[in-house]
Unconditional design. Structure first.
Length: 290
């Protein structure tokens, strides 16, 4: 069961809903299960995951939390050709976020913590497999932001971007893809041991760290386009609902452009020299799932 948002009982019998959106007791499929999830964390960070218009289930997952002065986000995208891809993404996001809370809380350097957390997430996904031929799989991107800068780690083609309030934005990740944009790295029993790449950046001014899946960046791959779309209609930085409103703008753009895939956008405020959050649950607070 996902821990990032409350899950209601079965619409048919009131029983417990499983991670695949079916009832454990009677087996009934739940209408619109995890079709749209919104989460927030102290300090203003927020994320939205939406099923999109063409997919039967939402195989994206996200986790959002804080540990001391660090704000932590993880976004995962289930590999569509693998079984139980939605479960792989949920497990990876939850295990990765929980590991980062533990490691950063113990004083581990952020770049080391990110690598260790990705390895733990990968092993958790591997453990879901019945065999290498029936292996749930997902991509993975994690980001942490604090007074000293931002760090990101990734495996696959989920991305991290730096979106400054002023100046030029940039992608912080490089897709693990090969010929015809096929994935060359992912988490799962049919993949090699996770080898996350880690990148750090020390901003000179405030902005936002964006973590997202390809359901968003295939419509908006450029950092400047992402920044302009996320702030469209805002009168001032972090006004009019803050980063949750910005995430809604991004997801709304992808839906309006076709919504062919699941869409996830998670935004973390970055204010150099200022604390970004305080300790809380590893999986954020629900802000309005449907």
């Amino acid at each position: 069961m996902t821990l990032i948002t409350p899950v209601p009982g079965c619409v048919r019998c009131g029983g417990t809903v499983a991670p695949d959106g079916h009832c454990w007791d009677c087996g009934a499929a739940q209408p619109a299960f995890r079709s749209h999830v919104e989460i927030t964390a102290p300090g203003g960070a927020a994320g939205i995951s939406d099923r999109g218009k063409r997919r039967g289930i939402n195989a994206d997952a996200m986790a959002l939390t804080t540990a001391g002065t660090w704000t932590i986000g993880v976004v995962c995208d289930g590999v569509s050709m693998s079984p139980r891809a939605e479960r792989a993404a949920q497990v990876a996001a939850e295990v990765g976020a929980a590991a980062l809370v533990e490691l950063l809380g113990a004083g581990v350097l952020p770049e080391v913590a990110l690598g260790d957390a990705a390895t733990r997430a990968g092993r958790a996904v591997t453990a879901l497999a019945a065999s290498v031929d029936a292996a749930p799989a997902c991509t993975y991107v994690a980001g942490i932001a604090g007074p000293e800068g931002i760090w990101s780690a990734w495996i696959g083609d989920s991305r991290a971007y730096w979106l400054p309030d002023e100046g030029i934005g940039m992608a912080l990740t490089e897709d693990d893809t090969g010929e015809h944009e096929a994935l060359s790295a992912w988490l799962g029993a049919d993949a090699d041991e996770p080898m996350p790449r880690v990148r750090s950046y020390r901003p000179q001014g405030p902005g936002r760290l964006l973590l997202c899946t390809d359901g968003l960046w295939r419509y908006l791959a450029d950092a400047e386009g992402l920044r302009a779309t996320s702030t469209r209609g805002r009168r001032a930085p972090y006004a009019d609902g803050g980063l949750l409103a910005d995430a809604r703008s991004l997801v709304g753009h992808a839906l309006d452009a076709g919504g062919h895939d699941n869409i996830t956008a998670l935004l973390v405020p970055v204010r150099p020299g200022a604390p970004t959050g305080t300790a809380t649950s590893p999986f954020g607070a629900a802000a309005g799932p449907t």
